[in-house]
Design a protein around this ligand. Structure first.
Ligand code: UD1
Ligand code: UDP
Length: 371
């Protein structure tokens, strides 16, 4: 960007747990360069201290400039609350570019509002597809990408999907993975096993579990079957439990099972990274955890029928095991036998994705200033 280009006024959106670790390095890099004026917008989709504030503390993210206070609700309730509040924000705050990350309802809501207000949208993690419209996130990805002016992607398959959907190639930029920028920044801090030992957790000898996809946890009978299978696993389980999952489990009377599975509150970023780093095996339905275990080299069983992150299977340590509770124990047995998996870190998952994003946006702003 030449010096006569005024700073780009950016609204960076974050609202739910997996947004914070993706947004943190982008915020830091854009502010470091001084050519962007960034407003950090917290939508309030997640609001418990353990689902939001703890990430600001662990990752050193500054206070948001604005908090939209959306909270929980049905999809329409939550999405519309973000939309109304963000529309009001954009009306009062002249903005050149809205940056959204990931695939949550906040991502969709702010993209739609920006596009209708005539403000260009940059989407970080564009182009991922599970091809499963039963997943709310797939709808969010499709709508967001349809409105995206600058597509910032984590893997070549995402570029292919966007090209196949008609996105001009010059709008697609393979930049790498900002969630992995954050992981690599904090990885050394998580190596310390002291806090695990203090909790009575034996490094390398436990199964770390996270579950929160509606298709797995919203039906109480299905969730009970999953928890019962996990309780029969041949190694101790540690289960940081998402609030959505805890409320269904408690209503289903799963208190005993939760005790046997060492269910603990959602963990802060560093504590959870430590739990991933030293796990023998991870079982999850999280998108981000599939990526993080790939970089950490920890075997991961993904309890879903599909993934929008196939590079974690082709390159990484991830195995899809389907979503039948009966598949859990056989898959664990196989994973514990196979100790020799070959894996590599996907290209550009190297800790420098946010720098590439800032480069792309500087070029985009310069081209726009000339047009
Ligand atoms: C959301 C995202 C999902 C993402 C997940 C990460 C959508 C459609 N879903 O799912 O893609 O993988 O976040 O964690 O955007 N709750 C609390 N405290 C909180 C937040 C939520 O108790 O701070 C409870 C509420 O009962 C709420 C439920 O969790 O109704 C679900 O929250 P919501 O944000 O709607 O969806 P998630 O399941 O968290
Ligand atoms: N995570 C965390 N504490 C937990 C569970 C997950 O810090 O108790 C982190 C995890 O390391 C990753 C992100 O949250 O960085 C993934 O978010 P989540 O699984 O909620 O959402 P998804 O990636 O499935 O959208």
């Amino acid at each position: 960007m030449t010096t006569d280009v005024p700073p780009l006024r950016v609204a960076l959106i974050a609202g739910a747990r997996p947004n914070f670790m993706k947004a943190a390095p982008i915020l830091a890099e854009l502010e470091r360069r001084g050519r962007f004026r960034v407003a950090l917008v917290h939508t309030g989709q997640h609001y418990d201290a353990q689902m939001s504030d703890s990430f600001f503390a662990d990752l050193g993210i500054r206070e948001p400039d604005v908090h939209l206070g959306a909270g929980s609700g049905t999809h329409a309730e939550q999405t519309s609350r973000v939309m109304v509040a963000f529309e009001g924000y954009l009306r009062d705050a002249p903005t050149d570019l809205v940056i959204v990350v990931g695939d949550v309802n906040s991502t969709l809501a702010c993209s739609v509002v920006a596009a209708k207000a005539g403000v260009p949208v940059a989407h970080v993690e564009a182009g991922l597809r599970s091809f499963d419209r039963g997943m709310p996130e797939e709808i969010n990805r499709l709508v967001t990408d349809a409105l995206t002016d600058v597509a910032l992607t984590t893997s070549p398959d995402a570029d292919e999907h966007l090209r196949a959907e008609g996105h001009p190639p010059e709008t697609i930029h393979l930049v790498g993975n900002t969630m992995i920028d954050t992981l690599l920044r904090f990885r050394d801090l998580a190596a310390d096993i002291g806090p695990l030992v203090a909790l009575g957790i034996e490094p390398g000898r436990y199964l770390l579990v996270t579950l929160h996809r509606p298709s797995n946890v919203d039906d109480p009978d299905n969730l009970l079957r999953i928890l019962a299978a996990l309780a029969a696993a041949p190694l101790p389980v540690v289960f940081p439990i998402h609030p959505r999952t805890r409320s269904v489990a408690e209503r289903a009377g799963a208190g005993d099972l939760l005790g046997r599975l060492n269910a603990i509150p959602p963990q802060g970023y560093l504590a959870f990274l430590r739990l991933q780093t030293h796990a023998r095996l991870v079982l999850t339905d999280s998108g981000g955890v599939q990526e993080e275990t790939t970089v950490l080299g920890v075997p991961c069983l993904t309890f879903r029928e599909n993934t929008e992150r196939p590079v974690t299977i082709s390159d990484g340590t991830n195995t899809l095991i389907g979503a039948d509770p009966a598949a859990i124990l056989p898959a664990i047995a196989v994973a514990l036998r196979d100790t020799e998996g070959v894996h590599r870190v996907p290209p550009l998952w190297d800790g420098h994705a946010a720098e590439r994003i800032a480069d792309v946006l500087e070029r985009w702003a310069a081209a726009r200033a000339q047009s």
